[in-house]
Design a protein around this ligand. Structure first.
Ligand SMILES: Nc1ncnc2c1ncn2[C@@H]1O[C@H](COP(=O)(O)OP(=O)(O)OP(=O)(O)O)[C@@H](O)[C@H]1O
Ligand SMILES: [Mg+2]
Length: 167
């Protein structure tokens, strides 16, 4: 499924709607270049899950855990960009928190997929923007093109179109 998100607010709102579909044990992989909006989307997921703490880029640590305020799942926010190899990701021993939490991995391409057959992959692209486009005279109008792909039996029969909202 593809969506266009015109603003950071729209990206956060998508995260909040997505949180409504997520349950403990789920894995969400976010693909997209620097500044694509992966952390912004994760902030929306965190708000929707009603977890503690400020969701920010996990600087200096590879993963940050946000505990739930209520009875729902917590959030494990992983910055795979800081990982050098798959071995490092395994060494995090994510499996323990995977079961009780929603795990969101930024920049998971080709790395974290093997953690779970069941996963939701979200690619965020900036149609204009970034260095190359800027030098070509194109400006970042804030729009992001998002592609969602569900893998594995967990997502069989789950209607992702509810994520459209009014976007
Ligand atoms: N439609 C949009 N969706 C999300 N962010 C947007 C949008 N338009 C503009 N932005 C801006 O782009 C930036 C996205 O930053 P964010 O930290 O979420 O990206 P990121 O993909 O996590 O980057 P990094 O690779 O550094 O982790 C923010 O400053 C945000 O305000
Ligand atoms: Mg980020």
């Amino acid at each position: 499924m593809e969506l266009v998100l015109p603003s950071p607010e729209a990206t956060r709102a998508l995260g909040e709607r997505l949180a409504g579909l997520l349950r403990a044990g789920d894995l969400v992989l976010l693909h997209g270049g620097l500044g694509a909006g992966k952390t912004t989307l994760t902030q929306g997921i965190g708000a929707g899950l009603d977890v503690r703490g400020h969701v920010a880029s996990p600087t200096f640590i590879i993963a940050r855990t946000h505990r739930p305020r209520g009875g729902g799942p917590g959030l494990v926010h992983v910055d795979a960009y800081r990982l050098g190899s798959f071995d490092e990701l395994e060494a995090l021993d994510l499996d323990t928190s995977l079961e009780e939490s929603v795990t969101v991995v930024e920049w998971g391409e080709g790395l974290a997929e093997v953690l779970s057959e069941d996963r939701l992959e979200i690619a965020i692209a900036r149609p204009y923007g970034g260095m190359a486009d800027a030098s070509a005279g194109l400006v970042d109008d804030g729009a992001r093109h998002v592609t969602l792909t569900a893998h594995g039996p967990r997502w069989d029969g789950v209607d992702l179109s509810v994520l459209r909202g009014d976007a």
